[in-house]
Design a protein around this ligand. Sequence first.
Ligand SMILES: NC(=O)C1=CN([C@@H]2O[C@H](COP(=O)(O)OP(=O)(O)OC[C@H]3O[C@@H](n4cnc5c(N)ncnc54)[C@H](OP(=O)(O)O)[C@@H]3O)[C@@H](O)[C@H]2O)C=CC1
Ligand SMILES: O=C(CO)COP(=O)(O)O
Length: 313
Amino acid sequence: MNITILGAGAFGTALAVALSVNGPVTLWGRRLGSDRQSPRLPGVTLPAAINLTEDLDTALNAQCLLLGLPAQALGGFLADHADALDGKTLVSTAKGIDLTHLTGPSSLIAQACPAAHVAVLTGPSFAADIARGLPTALTLACTDPKIGQSLQHAFSTPVLRLYRTTDVTGAELGGALKNVIAIAAGIVIGARLGDSARAAIITRGFAEMTRLAVRLGARSETLTGLSGLGDLTLTCTSPQSRNFRFGHALGEGAAFDTTTTVEGVATARAVARLAERLGTDMPIAAMVARLADGTVSVEKALEDLMNRPLKEE
Ligand SMILES: NC(=O)C1=CN([C@@H]2O[C@H](COP(=O)(O)OP(=O)(O)OC[C@H]3O[C@@H](n4cnc5c(N)ncnc54)[C@H](OP(=O)(O)O)[C@@H]3O)[C@@H](O)[C@H]2O)C=CC1
Ligand SMILES: O=C(CO)COP(=O)(O)O
């Protein structure tokens, strides 16, 4: 399968590097430079099997396109290029909920490109790890089992092992919601509240993730897989995670580089709105939204969460 990746950020570039072991790959980006290096993946030289292009028309000729854009940029990109994208196989790697439409990437794609075959590639994977060829397991979600199987094979390599599911909603919500909980975990560690508190945030955060995802049509078992619990574990425990690092800075009262992609901030806001609309209890996510917006202090957030009515687990 001829693979084209749109978006030369850290993840799109890492996937291009990984998939180029299977054959030629095209990587489109707005600013690629000429030295086969990526500013988002320092120290990684892009192999010759990656065809780099800044010409979007050329890139859009492909039948299967991996979309490496962040969640909040995806809607605009789809709107701008819907005609050229419709009817193709479009695989999103974005981990977020669109703040305007309050939906995940798959619904955004389906709304903009109704004739497209939609899939989601997600799971625990730092771009730097993938680009270095470290062993990684991911989830490929597609409602059409045949297309899902063909993508699973196309995107697997000796060090990239893909599992398959038809639960697109569950897979993409797991990836989006874990970013919100990773911010909370970072805040806990940054504010020196301890590893026990982090374990509580991970566990109760996972309960929230599952509650909202199931309410939106996901299968609960999907949340226990790589795309949910797997990615939650990774991002809540590793300083490689930008969401965790953002939370850490918030917790210790330090500044954070605002140009860094931190998907969990907009997603926390989207979750707070969704939770209110659906009447779903999402206290940690709602608190992350308020903390990120600066409308509550860490001390007050902790006090409020600890003093919620006692209940059954
Ligand atoms: N990094 C990681 O480890 C992983 C990331 N992901 C997910 O992948 C998605 C992308 O993240 P990541 O690659 O890390 O982000 P980066 O911040 O590294 O890169 C984002 C890329 O998107 C491009 N972009 C943004 N807006 C537009 C637009 N309107 N049109 C065209 N290109 C645009 C940027 O282009 P430009 O440089 O020109 O601004 C940039 O190349 C996120 O949802 C993330 O959660 C998933 C797994 C792992
Ligand atoms: O999604 C990721 C790992 O699976 C990357 O996490 P961050 O965006 O927090 O760096």
